[in-house]
Design a protein. Structure first.
Length: 64
C-alpha cells in the first residue's frame, strides 16, 4: 500500500506549528477518488524505512 501511495504521488508533508516538516501522510484512493487507506509516517519512521531499504540492497549485493 505504501508503494502504491508513493507511485501515485499520494503524499503530503506533515508540518508542525512552526512549519517544520515532521513526517508525511500517504494514502490510496479508488478511481472515483475515495480514500481506501491512509497512514502518517514520522521522520523516525522514514529513517527506519530508509535504513532497512539500504540493508536489503547491501544484503542482495553480497548474495550476487
Amino acid at each position: 500500500m505504501l508503494r502504491n501511495s508513493i507511485a501515485q504521488c499520494n503524499v503530503e508533508f506533515v508540518v508542525n506549528e512552526d512549519r517544520k516538516i515532521i513526517g508525511i501522510q500517504v494514502w490510496n484512493k479508488t478511481n472515483a477518488g475515495i480514500k481506501t487507506w491512509q497512514a502518517e509516517l514520522t521522520i523516525n519512521d522514514l529513517r527506519t524505512i530508509a535504513i532497512k531499504f539500504v540493508e536489503l540492497i547491501e544484503q542482495s549485493q553480497r548474495q550476487d
